[in-house]
Design a protein around this ligand. Structure first.
Ligand SMILES: CC(=O)N[C@H](C=O)[C@@H](O)[C@H](O)[C@H](O)COP(=O)(O)O
Ligand SMILES: C=C(OP(=O)(O)O)C(=O)O
Length: 349
């Protein structure tokens, strides 16, 4: 299984802890101070990385699309172009945010929404680049991204398995430093559409780390993803779910994000081994409450132990583990035994 190297110290996949991305996306409202607060909140919540979305509007959208009216409570302008321009940080603002994230001590990156933005992100030396679901059908862009040999995390919303295999083939032809994220692109995703078991299929199909980018409400589904083996987890973060913007509704507050990270680590620690065995922490309960074989009545040396003569009880001192019941039946007692006395090896032959 391939591990993806993000920095000298951080790798994704294998036995490494799940790499958790706090997706700021556009939840900064176009305000760099809010963006900084979100970077700090992501760090304080324990996320491994904070992520933005970098777009060169004329590369991503046609002129006509940008002129389209955007009449929505989430809109920041009359047209989609005005709306997006309000939300887009300049290159120098990106540099400022990158620097701030370094000061705060959290990895910083963005999704590249087009080739120009991709080049910019390579240029400022982000540790990896995210490719969002909006480009899961953009094979030209995927080829371009793969050719640059920077680690990639790629979301797979809005396409089917056949297209995901195509994405895999395109990148793997160049290198294997990439992860695929299962994703459903709806804001918010109804729980019954999350199809989380797709993750198992991804795990069985691909030899690279797989993960989950969740746009559903709350943290429960994301935690399910961890139990199913997600090695990357991305969730949106917001300062306030009531703010203007499409993604706030499916985002987590800093406190919720912190709880998510904590719970992810608990689930990871608890997954353990598939080998069912008795573990050390069970010994006190075994001593206190596990049942053993005891005499069901008083019997003498030389008598046979019939099924009704042996009982299974919590006893002090303990007798043989009750799993040995069948081994004792029809054996002959070698000592006199009183009712409730434990039965041990050597008490019968
Ligand atoms: C598919 C995709 O890019 N999705 C992104 C990641 O989840 C979203 O953050 C969108 O940018 C956002 O929902 C767009 O909202 P509006 O259209 O209101 O700016
Ligand atoms: C669209 C994005 O992501 P996803 O498809 O994972 O929601 C993104 O990261 O910009």
């Amino acid at each position: 299984m391939v591990e993806v190297k993000i920095t000298e110290d951080i790798r994704i996949g294998g036995k490494n802890p799940c790499f958790i991305i706090a997706e700021v996306g556009q939840n900064h409202q176009g305000d760099i101070e809010v963006a900084k607060k979100l970077i700090k909140a992501a760090k304080d919540a324990g996320a491994n990385c904070v992520k933005f979305q970098k777009t060169c509007l004329n590369e991503k959208f046609t002129k006509k699309y940008l002129e389209k009216p955007y009449d929505s409570p989430n809109s920041w302008g009359k047209t989609y172009g005005e709306h997006k321009r309000h939300l887009e940080f300049s290159e120098s603002q990106y540099r400022e945010l990158f620097k701030y994230a370094q000061e705060v001590g959290i990895l910083f990156t963005a999704s590249a929404m087009d080739m120009v933005s991709f080049d910019f992100l390579v240029n400022i030396k982000v540790p990896f680049i995210k490719i969002g679901s909006g480009d899961s059908n953009n094979l030209l862009f995927l080829k371009y991204a793969a050719s640059k040999k920077i680690p990639l995390i790629i979301s797979t919303g809005m396409v089917d398995k056949q297209a995901v295999k195509t994405i895999y083939d395109i990148i793997a032809a160049q290198h294997k430093q990439f992860c695929l994220l299962h994703c459903i692109s709806a804001y918010p995703v109804p729980f019954e559409d999350c199809n989380l078991t797709v993750l198992q299929d991804y795990k069985n199909t691909f030899d690279i780390p797989v993960g989950y980018s969740g746009q559903e409400v709350g943290t429960a589904v994301a935690l399910g993803a961890i139990a199913l083996g997600a090695k990357v987890l991305e969730k949106h973060i917001t300062l306030d779910k009531g703010l203007r913007g499409t993604d706030h509704v499916c985002s987590l507050t800093p406190t919720e994000f912190q709880q998510l990270v904590r719970d992810v680590r608990v689930i990871e620690a608890s997954l353990g081994t598939p080998i069912k065995k008795v573990v050390t922490s069970e010994i006190p309960c075994i001593d206190k409450l596990q049942k053993s074989l005891v005499m069901g009545c008083t019997k003498n040396k030389g008598e046979i132990l019939y099924p009704g003569d042996v009982k299974i009880k919590v006893a002090e001192p303990k007798g043989l583990n009750a799993l040995h019941f069948e081994d004792v039946i029809y054996k002959t007692l070698v000592y006199d035994k009183k009712e409730d006395e434990p039965l041990n090896e050597g008490d019968f032959c």
